[in-house]
Write a protein that binds this ligand. Sequence first.
Ligand code: 3HC
Ligand code: NAI
Length: 686
Amino acid sequence: MSVITTQRIGDVFVIIADNPPVNALGQAVRAGLAEAIGQAADDDGISAVVIRCDGRTFFAGADITEFGKPPVGPSLPEVVDLIEQCPKPVIAAIHGTALGGGLEVALGCHYRIAIASAKLGLPEVKLGLLPGAGGTQRLPRVVGVADALSMIVSGDPATAKRALEIGLIDRLADSESLADAAISFAQEMIGRADHPVSSQRNDRIAEAANDPQVFDKFIAENSRRLKGFDAPRACIEAVRAAVELPFEQGIKRERELFTTLVTGTQSKAMRHLFFAERLAAKIDGIPADTPLIDIARVGILGAGTMGGGIAMNFLSAGLPVIMVEREQAALDRGVATIRKNYERSAARGRLTGEQVERAMALLTPTLEYDDLAECDLVIEAVFELMQIKKDVFRRLDAIVKPGAILASNTSYLNIDEMAAETKRPEAVVGLHFFSPANIMRLLEVVRGAKTSPSVLRTVMALAKRIGKIAVVSGVCPGFIGNRMLSPRQREAQKLLLEGASPWEVDAALTEFGFPMGPFQMADLAGLDLGWTAEGSTSSTIREVLCEQGRRGQKTSKGFYDYDANRRGSPSPETEAIIADFAARSDLPQRKFSGEEIRERLLYPMVNEGAKILEEGMAQRASDIDIVWLNGYGWPGFTGGPMFWADTIGLQTVLDGLKRHADALGSDFTVSALLKAKAVAGESFNP
Ligand code: 3HC
Ligand code: NAI
């Protein structure tokens, strides 16, 4: 069946695309569109044209799978030009998402009509690109520079309502009658003398042309977000060209910038992540028709840091939550924190007061385990001690109805041991949320030895429902993320004893693109997690810091000293403590370059990732990338640890590990998989 069909309604020619799942503008669609527009232009019986899509959405963009392959014409810019140059008025009828090349097609049309639920955006920047089919030149001409810059550089879509306000669309239509409304719109436009042509409009860019500061101001205001990424700067540069150059030259500049980006490593990395995120949801060996368990009510055990945050995910998605604590004070604290978090969101305009109350009304706090009986899923988030977890699982098994899922939020412990305490090991699964659990998008789903396919599929679907990116991990200490964090932490500590300062170690990672380094992270989390004054033995740098009242940001000092604005600066006191430990360690002291620090911290992580793969603890290398990107701030433009290793070459990693063998210690072993792939010249990702 053809991806493009046409209809004649009177003298209106309707071009319909149907290219599931998202009507990506692949070669066949482009060719079909070009041919149909040509037909409309040449046929005297046609007075106006409507372009619309069947299926769930208007064109959601260029076909990303075509990037990196030899281009086959017609190109998208050519198709958009043909549409714009059509002598008959062309109307885009938009539902779902008009994204990237999809919005560029719509901008080539003379008029745009959309239903209220539609979203319109240029998300190319999220793929390390810029809109390459005229979007950077036409959007500012249609909506003005300020809105165009913010849409193109953030990549976030606008709602149809907002699109109407800024002039991106001309009309709203009822969702049931978009096709008819578009035809009526087309009929109305027939006979008008001039139809707006986006590329020829200059009214909306005139303001910026008189205010060249607008770009510098935008860069200054967004500098943090722009750090490390090539694409946002190229986007700004292209929009600047729209203001400073005639359209044709602006388009040329857009093309040059697009070509540089699309052939570069950053965009390759970010496209890898786009597909990796979608692949992570797929579980090998589980048939798609595996039945799902209906989850209508969720129980949470423990109202501490994690329990409260986890509860919010479900409350926000409209699911009732029963939250159980062992003591009233902890329960009250937990409920109050949830309310405070919601109210803060409301104060920032992200929720209405009514939404806050609706979420809170779904929460039932209680001290009675028995109240969990009717839950379909119970997640425990009590203290991280196996004995307590085992007791909890025994109790839950006795109380919660048969068929319900029992989950643990443990960070490191063995799910199978917990499952063994129950008569339903097939219903036990790990759901490892990240802190703050209401914000962080990552969820590690830990598949126990006996976890059933149905339970697994259910929690993956549930994760999507609450807006999480779920990655499946096998049972091993720390699962994927924390297991790979361990070697990094170990090396960071060792470097301090060899002469590197915490600030040098942190800087090496922030230069790489992490939002913060290990010592800044420790200060933020609090150095006294799991530490007590009574149990302290002055045997680690961290213990001594805590003993001296240096417990992290919350006490205004930790590894760093903090000012009133929580800005950290190097601390001579910390340096003295480290020097004392270093002297006792007898290790030779020396200077480290940023490059050497990165090799010492990051290569062992890649090595651990390879072990995770060879043991089958992760389904695929790209899942590991998704974990580190979404759970630990690994910079997106490098594609994640495994993709990054592929980029620099596995032999480079292997050589580095060999070079640092003495420092890594005799208990460090190189992964057999890493070795084999390096020798064979292969990569982790296909
Ligand atoms: N090209 C190729 N495949 C695409 C695609 C695209 N632009 N967009 C989505 N897909 C695929 C996905 O990989 C997925 O495949 P799978 O089923 O095999 O895993 C399938 O379509 C469904 O996608 P989602 O699971 O993401 O479906 P959702 O309903 O959750 O989301 C969406 C739909 C909002 C459209 C989302 O897919 C999306 O954001 N897509 C990307 C949009 C985008 O970035 N467009 C710009 C492309 S670049 C461009 O246009 C360059 C131009 O300026 C020249
Ligand atoms: P927390 O100490 O803040 O909260 C634990 C809560 O559980 C306390 O309020 C306590 O009163 C309650 N509790 C203890 N035993 C109970 C029982 N038998 N019945 C009912 N309630 C009980 O701890 P936190 O940080 O929330 O951690 C909970 C779990 O989540 C741990 O397994 C931890 O490893 C894991 N986790 C923690 C993360 C973090 O960053 N804090 C991140 C990811 C997982």
